[in-house]
Design a protein around this ligand. Structure first.
Ligand code: ADP
Length: 292
């Protein structure tokens, strides 16, 4: 499989009193990282993004390469640097602070030829609502139209809506863009809590329907520690999960998506793929950090 993920890999600072640990994370990056780890040599994994030319950008690129993720579609822009976020503890609650407004990754769809070459290389393309949210309206339109062309040329598109209203200019734009992007995808991996909040879905089935489960798309609706709805290959199953008391839920959905993608790639049926996806996500919620 040639797997291309598109988005932003950021520096992650996490408080490990009295010092701070520096790691690399970001929603589509986390999924790419897990896919590579799960599939090893049976998958070529590339990450389409932009970094700066500073030492911290080099550090992200080195981490990618060391994780087996290809850097051939990683552009560099000397005028910008990588996005950064910090996780601090406030009264026992994890608090996220972001510095990503001018990150280099916001330019990821600015070079049409580079974009076309990357999408052309890929067999499976993975992107999220965050990938779209960080772009200007013009860059978003460029990416969506390139994805449309790629889809028409037979590429498989997998989309996690990952709704983050704070990254968007306004909620109607978020909803309209997410709906358009979802319309291009073959596989949709939404999280119910966000979807219910922003699209008003009454239940998991309504969410699956809105994302085209009745129109032949595979939709897996995650719901935190609660039952997952599988709307795959025309069948509907509500899948009860065995839960743990979470240590850190960061990246659970990203890991779940990777587990699902890898298992389907290996030819597992929907039930077995869900078990694999949940096993990995449950592991990720049981440890600190988005990878693990
Ligand atoms: P996100 O909000 O990161 O998109 P969710 O919170 O919906 O993701 O959870 C994704 C997956 O993580 C769930 O489908 C489940 O497999 C796993 N998960 C989440 N919370 C728990 C938990 N408490 N125990 C076990 N697994 C969990």
């Amino acid at each position: 499989m040639r797997f291309l993920a598109i988005g932003e890999a950021m520096l992650e600072l996490s408080e490990q009193s009295p010092l701070w640990a520096l790691n690399v994370a970001g929603d589509t990056f986390n999924t790419a990282w897990h896919v590579k780890r799960l599939l090893g040599d049976t998958a070529e994994v590339e990450y389409l993004s932009v970094l700066g030319t500073d030492p911290f950008s080099d550090r992200i690129a080195r981490f990618m390469a060391a994780s087996g993720i290809g850097t051939r579609f990683l552009r560099r822009d000397a005028g910008r640097g990588p996005g950064l976020y910090a996780i601090s503890l406030q009264d026992g609650e994890r608090n996220f602070t972001y510095w990503r407004d001018r990150s280099a990754a916001r330019l990821l769809a600015d070079d049409p030829e580079h974009l076309a070459a990357a999408l052309d290389w890929a067999g499976t393309i993975y992107f999220s609502g965050i990938t779209l949210a960080i772009l200007t309206p013009e860059a978003r339109a460029r990416l969506l139209s390139a994805l449309e062309t790629a889809h028409a040329a037979g590429r498989r598109l997998i989309f996690d809506p990952n709704l983050r209203p704070r990254l968007w200019e306004d909620a109607p734009t978020m909803r309209a863009t997410i709906t358009r992007a979802a319309g291009l995808a073959d596989v949709l991996l939404p999280s119910f809590e966000d979807e219910a909040q922003h699209f008003g879905d009454a239940d998991l089935a309504a969410c699956a329907r809105r994302y085209g489960a009745d129109a032949g798309r595979d939709v897996v609706v995650k719901n935190g520690g609660q039952d997952v709805l599988l709307a795959v290959d025309g069948a509907r199953t509500l899948w009860p999960l065995d839960t743990v008391t979470p240590v850190d839920t960061t990246g659970a959905g990203d890991a779940f998506n990777a587990g699902w993608i890898a298992a389907r790639h290996r030819g597992l049926d929907a039930d077995a793929s869900l078990a694999a996806a949940h096993d990995l996500a449950r592991h990720v919620v049981s440890i600190q950090g988005a990878l693990g």
